[in-house]
Design a protein around this ligand. Structure first.
Ligand SMILES: [Zn+2]
Length: 268
């Protein structure tokens, strides 16, 4: 019998989420690049030489953004739903296996209240995905306007856009990584609640690059799963994996074997 264990966020799931975001971002970028090339080819000299051309291009970029925002709106629902569903399956299966090892076979079925929490997670992810095209077009419009007012050619502009592309790519990576940790944490705590588990042990992730001191200090400490752990730096109670770039996780305290589990933790 293994009495202590935890569910970690799935690295494969994070990668899948990131890939989906990058697919649609790449599609958008290719389409915009194609448009810019065509626009410049039409009358490159005029674009570089006249001020009115800049405002024309700006307006056209706004229209393009509207079109892509709509496309992201449509795609975001599917991507977010699929992500939360996969994260829930991952959490449920791993939590069940973990509890089984501790001698507790459960039939974990999520209640209405728990389903509502998952719905809130979907909405949060939908909104994050929807924010991507705006971020992209803000960067794009800035470099395009600078390029035009400085009288630069299409090659220069394309190079500048390439440099800025990293900003959007990093944003997609952050969304995937952060939401994966956060969603797994929210789902797992919801499942604890459903199972009548009231306490968990904070587990700091030793692999994290810039760990928060308070998270390191919280390692192996017990907290109330309805509250989380109080951190001075946050000024409130937080859950493992909730704060940005936090890779901390939790170990559930099983009521039936609480004493044994706490003893094992003490021995660490
Ligand atoms: Zn942490």
């Amino acid at each position: 019998m293994r009495v202590n264990g935890r569910v970690r966020a799935s690295a494969a799931l994070k990668q899948k989420y990131f890939k989906k975001l990058m697919n649609i971002i790449d599609e958008m970028n290719k389409s915009v690049m194609w448009w810019l090339s065509a626009r410049y080819k039409e009358n490159e000299k005029e674009i570089i030489a006249s001020d009115s051309a800049a405002s024309d291009v700006e307006k056209e970029l706004k229209d393009l953004m509207k079109r892509w925002s709509k496309r992201f709106d449509e795609a975001s629902e599917d991507i977010a739903k699929d992500f939360v569903k996969s994260a829930t399956n991952h959490s449920t299966n791993n939590l069940k296996a973990l509890l089984k090892k501790a001698g507790w076979t459960t039939n974990l079925k999520l209640s209405r209240k728990a389903q509502d929490k998952l719905k809130a997670l979907v909405i949060e992810n939908v909104n994050l995905i929807k924010s991507i095209p705006e971020k992209y077009f803000t960067e794009l419009t800035t470099v395009t306007m600078q390029s035009i007012t400085r009288g630069r050619d299409l090659k220069y502009l394309k190079d500048e856009i390439k440099k800025r592309y990293g900003v959007v790519e990093r944003r997609a990576a952050l969304i995937a990584r952060d939401q994966n940790n956060k969603a797994t944490s929210i789902i797992i705590h919801t499942e604890y609640e459903e199972l009548g588990i009231t306490e968990a042990v904070w587990k700091h992730n030793p692999g994290s690059k810039e760990p928060r001191h308070e998270h390191v200090a919280a390692n192996n400490k017990v907290y109330d799963i309805n509250k989380g752990m109080y951190f001075e730096s946050a000024g409130r109670y937080v859950f493992p994996g909730e704060e940005i770039n936090c890779g901390c996780t939790s170990e559930p305290i099983i009521p039936e074997i609480r004493g044994l589990q706490l003893k094992r933790i003490e021995q660490r």
